[in-house]
Design a binder for this molecule. Structure first.
Ligand code: NDP
Length: 258
């Protein structure tokens, strides 16, 4: 490997990806494996994460699936106990699990609000807290990457709970970075803009979708591969002086004219 690229390697690390049963998380798990990490594929749908772990193992990587509900501290602790028996202490954490319940505030129930905050904010905090406790006990140091969104900065109707949760994730990231720096644990946020996945690909072909794309300065949505560099930078030693940052990857979307 070119010397310049060596700091991006995750050889010898154990990397946890939450929400790895679909979308970004599935992509991140395969990416971290390609970068050399042993990967822990976590989510609630055990059949899907097992399939992902099998795929990574079949392609020469090392992965294990653990069922985890990020809204439950006991579920997180039990999953990490399982991981430590097989792979050891997790030192790279991708806090990716997230949901959206797109409804206007006037139509939003208490349960809708709480579900989004429980998953997107409390989940990030609980996973960061438990993994950091274990890194500190093992004196390993590590890197935590929280997947926020450009909705942490800009707004869109019908996404009050989501936008509030993601803005809180960015501020949580900075505070946790401040607390954990003494333990050699970095905490950063990645703020993706709009990406075409199997979930929204058809919508982007509609008139509304096309209009949205026109408002992005680069006039296009992202591809998952365009998150590879930013994610690896934050996860690996290549970003060793970065902590408390919120890295925007959005084709300039947040810069669009007001
Ligand atoms: P998906 O809906 O494809 O995936 C969400 C993942 O979160 C699933 O794997 C789901 O797994 C998991 N999840 C949900 N609730 C829980 C829970 N309580 N415990 C554990 N896992 C949970 O979404 P995306 O891949 O699109 O989004 C991933 C992240 O990226 C989210 O945080 C999202 O906010 C963020 N993001 C996405 C953008 C996009 O354009 N797609 C843009 C900006 C940010 P399971 O149901 O099996 O538990």
């Amino acid at each position: 490997m070119n010397d310049l690229l060596k700091p991006f390697s995750l050889e010898g690390r154990v990397a946890l990806v939450t929400g790895a049963s679909s979308g970004f998380g599935r992509h991140f798990a395969a990416l971290l494996s390609r970068a050399g990490a042993k990967v822990v594929v976590a989510a609630r749908r055990t059949d899907l994460i097992q399939k992902e772990a099998n795929k990574i193992n079949a392609s020469g990587g090392q992965a294990m699936a653990v069922t985890m509900d990020v809204t439950s501290s006991s579920s997180i602790a039990a999953a990490l106990d399982e991981v430590e028996k097989e792979f050891g202490v997790v030192t790279v954490v991708i806090n990716n699990a997230g949901i959206t319940i797109p409804k206007l505030l006037l139509d939003l129930s208490d349960d809708d609000w709480n579900n989004v905050i429980d998953t997107n904010l409390n989940g990030v905090a609980f996973v960061a807290r438990e993994t950091a406790r274990r890194m500190i006990a093992a004196e390993t140091g590590g890197s935590i990457v929280n997947i926020a969104s450009i909705l942490a900065e800009r707004v869109q109707k019908a996404l009050t709970s989501y936008a509030a949760s993601k803005a809180a994730v960015v501020q949580f990231t900075k505070t946790a970075a401040l607390e954990f720096a003494q333990h050699n644990i970095r905490v950063n946020a990645l703020c993706p803009g709009y990406f075409q996945t199997e979930l929204n690909g058809e919508w982007f072909k509609t008139q509304e979708g096309q209009a949205l794309i026109k408002r992005i300065p680069q006039r296009r949505t992202g591809t998952l591969e365009e998150l590879n560099g930013p994610l690896l930078l934050l996860a690996s030693d290549a970003g060793s002086l970065m902590t408390g940052s919120a890295v925007i990857v959005d084709g300039g979307h947040v810069l669009s004219d007001l």
